[in-house]
Design a protein around this ligand. Sequence first.
Ligand SMILES: O=C(O)CCC(=O)C(=O)O
Length: 258
Amino acid sequence: MIRVEDAEFYKENGYLLVKGVFNSEEVAQMRKAVDAIIQRAAMVNRDENAAWQGEFLPPEQLKKLVLKGFHDVHYHDAAFMRAAIHPNMVSVLEKLIGPNVQLHHSKMLVKPPENGAAFPMHQDQPYFPHEKHTMLAASIHLDNADEENGCLRVVPGSHKQGPMQHVGRHYLDHKAYPISDGTLCEAEAGDVLFFNYLTIHGSSANRSERTRRNVLFQYRDPEDFPTQNVHFDWGMGLMISGENPNFDKVKPNYQIVE
Ligand SMILES: O=C(O)CCC(=O)C(=O)O
């Protein structure tokens, strides 16, 4: 699916946009599944606004912004499990991470038209720090994404700076790292943006009349261990490619919730 030069680009720049990873039928199945999750959540009053809070936007703007965000989507619908282990995904992941690849977690991020929430620039590393920094996000586009509907933006090469100080673990100083300075990663439905968890990224609000739906999987090398006991999600540790030489080292602690 990708060439040696593409893997080199990822190593240098910390991100890679891969076109046409999913076909239109696969995208349609995931869109349907995303909509069903939102509907089911609304029926049981669990449809909360997941928009990030903070002083990166004036409060009157912030309170209007909406994000439909849910974790563990591959536990909601099999369309996402098929996506997580799709042969095209595996083929890219093996070149970016190595022969052994493990799923860490999944989530969906739906920015509704006109008021879809922004993400201030940040690294993902503070949320789930690891020893070797192999962790990367694969952000699957279910809609065409551009500047107007709040496509992802990255700072090329920023992963080389290593872990940075964030405001309360969440985002970087928004004056030093304005969203508008990020390189736009415009994409079409079915494309996947891969970016390392140290790569600075974010996105503007959706000001268009179109929804922007993305599903995001985080993957790592199974020999890259967490350095803190945080962010243990369902499905963490599923093997996507190769073998796990350290099956016993890290295990999530599941709980029964009444
Ligand atoms: O999907 C986006 O626009 C940004 C998502 C993001 O930054 C994240 O999940 O860390």
